[in-house]
Unconditional design. Structure first.
Length: 264
């Protein structure tokens, strides 16, 4: 399905399942396929919504400045098109940054919030180390891809799961959109917004995440009123896929408890 944002951009989205809506927001420069491996975990009495960020998938790819706030506005356009007043939101990586903007700026639209492997950004966020940056910036694209895989998953999981992988970026994203996604994520700074988040919030992170250091989880949980925190031992950036049995159950239990007795 498609909708058009106030600035005229077409956004592609997909809804599966029935029940209370859970919005699943993917990582930087990724399309809705980010969630393919685990999406069905959440179809226990609820529907899921995934979308292609502007610049990815079947959405328009305007050559303009992108931001996590703009991506949040695109989510609102999708909800308006569906006629949905409120939804649960689960954002991972850059999707977690978008989810922060969404919950802080549109509190009446977010019923509960899950922030996975993400960061507040800005001077209060913990950045990846220089060694990680160098590994991803290698001129040899094969070596850079391998470095990213090792940041996403443990060696044991990679040995048992040779791919294909849906978390390494939209293979068809144009160069200008990739740059704009990088800027959007890199310039995110929600520090002043986080105390305004009123939705029940669950922060989850892998203990061994070097792509987005796990220290960011504690910062978010301390800054957001009443937020709960869970660190998954041994997990890297793609904890939600490799450790799906643990992670999906944690998220579902939180969503159920956070909205227990509430009328949708």
């Amino acid at each position: 399905m498609y909708t058009t944002t106030p600035d005229g951009t077409t956004i592609a989205y997909n809804v599966k399942g029935e029940g209370q809506l859970l919005i699943l927001l993917a990582g930087q420069a990724n399309n809705h396929h980010w969630w393919d491996g685990i999406r069905d975990d959440f179809h226990t009495g609820r529907a899921t919504l995934t979308m292609d960020y502007r610049g990815t998938g079947e959405s328009d790819k305007p050559d303009m400045a992108y931001s996590t706030e703009l991506f949040a506005c695109d989510v609102i356009a999708v909800l308006d098109n569906l006629g949905v007043d409120r939804a649960d939101v689960y954002g991972t990586s850059m999707g977690g940054r978008v989810a922060q903007q969404l919950a802080a700026r549109y509190p009446q639209r977010v019923r509960s919030l899950v922030l996975g492997c993400t960061s507040p950004g800005g001077p209060h966020g913990f950045e990846r180390g220089n060694e990680v940056r160098r590994s991803l910036a290698q001129a040899d694209q094969g070596a850079a891809r391998h470095a990213l895989l090792e940041l996403m998953y443990t060696p044991e999981w990679l040995a048992a799961h040779p791919g294909p992988y849906q978390t390494l970026g939209d293979p068809a994203i144009p160069a200008h959109a990739r740059r704009h996604h990088l800027t959007a994520s890199g310039t995110h700074d929600a520090w002043d917004l986080l105390p305004d988040i009123s939705a029940p919030t669950f922060v989850v992170h892998g203990s061994d995440d070097l792509l987005n250091p796990a220290a960011n989880a504690s910062v978010l949980a301390q800054r957001i009123p009443g937020a709960e925190l869970h660190i998954i031992p041994g997990a890297r950036h793609a904890y939600f896929e490799e450790f799906r049995t643990t992670a999906s159950r944690l998220v579902l239990d939180f969503l159920t408890t956070a909205t227990d007795g509430e009328i949708s």
